[in-house]
Ligand binder design. Structure first.
Ligand SMILES: Cc1ncc(COP(=O)(O)O)c(C=O)c1O
Length: 455
């Protein structure tokens, strides 16, 4: 969306600023990628473009935009320059070809999968995913005729083989599922997806591109709830879909998996693949799903998102350091039964976590984010006493904020699942989900200690 084709006027002899950020480090791209020069007022920060629509140059320009011969914008349901900054920035940070910003994480997951699957189709997901996504799959997707089945042991090839059907259109997983912080082996799942000519869709909300970039591990599409770490301040709900540009849609079609929104040619225009190459999937999501259904992101929230991403790597480093300090301390407390944090050297997932997420600067643990599970003694009564006596942690639903938060999954995010499903997912009465913010780890530990006294 952003018009980077124009070069800002500079004093003759002075170098003009960069507009192409390929090849720059992550820290530079998170500040600059997607920005565009404001030729009217010289604004340094890309402004909030609050306009529902766009003026057509002339009659034929309108005809061309509607016919798809021009991709200049038509209406903000389909795209907006402020959101375009966030989209280009996120695509750059994830290492993808293109991104589409939408109104929430749930909208991103829905639109990402509706671009691939329709009524009568099927999706296979790993079992340990965000509770809201499991509800979305079990209720709305079911009602729309898209069946989702789960693989419980993602290391078991036979289970994948049993789950994948001729009408399967995607494999879905998350980088760091909550509340158990049970990181997935993306490369392994990507190998399964390749074997079956399926795109791998990965929710990287909790990992963020500062800690893991799923395309480097074989994923094809990334989705985000930008409400969380990307925006970073808990002020704005948003979501995004990123196209890795690395899936061969025509080869999948030839092998019997059809993706009509991406590969079917329009008379006189060709298919999305013909027109947009490596960004074909993102364009199909934007034109054929987001524009139809309408979960567009407010430019105001898009502004908060591109501003938030400017400091992503700094914040994630701090989130991880504090989480390691807090989880190492928690696992020593007599009132605590277990701590689920793959970054702890004592975790059974530590080797995988260290391989895929790398170690902290101090080398004392792996960088698996700041959302994890803690099980206190005394079951639900222990959990209630603990939660009720916290003063710094906020009792609320949410993660990935500057503020620390806590919730009891069994009676909230997982309250609608059967006891059998919750037992298999490890959602026990004493389990709490913590999201560690940017406050001092010492103060957070003091708050946790005071509350544990009541368990
Ligand atoms: C991993 C994950 N994905 C998606 C979502 C949904 O995002 P949103 O609340 O922005 O719709 C959440 C929300 O908590 C989440 O944790």
């Amino acid at each position: 969306m952003a018009d980077c084709s124009k070069t800002p006027e500079t004093t003759p002899g002075a170098a003009s600023p960069h507009t192409d950020w390929a090849g720059f480090d992550f820290e530079t791209r998170q500040v600059h990628a997607g920005e565009y020069p404001d030729l009217n007022n010289g604004l340094r920060i890309p402004p909030i473009a609050l306009s529902a629509g766009y003026v057509f140059g002339d009659f034929d320009d309108q005809v061309d935009r509607f016919a798809g011969r021009s991709i200049d914008p038509i209406y903000s349901r389909q795209g907006n320059p402020t959101n375009g900054v966030a989209e280009e920035r996120l695509a750059s940070l994830e290492g993808g070809a293109a991104a589409v910003a939408v109104s929430s994480g749930q909208a991103a997951i829905s639109a990402a999968l509706f671009t691939l699957a329709g009524g009568g189709d099927h999706i296979v997901s790993t079992a340990s995913i965000y509770g809201g996504t499991r509800i979305l799959f079990g209720r709305s997707f079911q009602r729309f005729g898209i069946d989702v089945s789960y693989v419980w042991d993602s290391e078991d090839d036979a289970e994948w083989e049993r789950a994948i059907r001729p009408n399967t259109k995607a494999i879905y997983t998350e980088t760091i599922p909550n509340p158990r912080n049970d990181v997935t082996d993306l490369a392994r799942i990507a190998a399964v997806a390749r074997r079956f000519n399926l795109p791998l869709v990965v929710d990287n909300t909790i990992g963020t591109p500062a800690l893991i970039r799923p395309f480097e591990h074989g994923a094809n599409i990334v989705v985000h709830s930008t409400t969380k770490f990307l925006t970073g301040n808990g002020a704005a709900v948003g979501g995004a879909i990123v196209d890795g540009g690395n899936f061969d849609w025509e080869a999948a079609e030839a092998a019997g998996r059809s993706y009509p929104l991406i590969t079917t040619a329009k008379p006189g225009l060709g298919s999305m693949v013909d027109r947009f190459g490596s960004g074909a999937y993102a364009r199909a999501a934007r034109e054929a799903v987001v524009n139809d259904i309408g979960p567009s992101l407010s430019p105001f929230n898009g502004f908060l998102l591109h501003q938030g991403m400017e400091t992503l790597s700094l914040r994630m480093e701090r989130h991880v350091t504090s989480s390691l300090a807090i989880t190492s301390w928690l696992e020593q407390q007599p009132e605590v039964e277990t701590v689920d944090y793959a970054g702890l050297p004592s975790s059974p997932l530590y080797e995988l976590a260290a391989r895929d997420y790398g170690l902290t600067a101090a080398g004392d643990g792996a960088r698996t984010g700041s959302v994890f599970g803690v099980t206190v003694r005394g079951g639900i009564d222990g959990a209630r006493a603990f939660v009720n006596h916290l003063r710094l942690f906020s009792r609320m639903t949410g993660i990935g904020d500057t503020r620390s938060m806590i919730i009891h999954p069994l009676t909230s995010t997982h309250a609608t699942f059967t006891p059998d499903v919750n037992e298999r997912l490890g959602i026990t009465p004493g389990l709490l989900r913590l999201s560690v913010g940017l406050e001092s780890a010492k103060d957070l530990i003091a708050d946790l200690r005071a509350a544990l006294d009541h368990v």
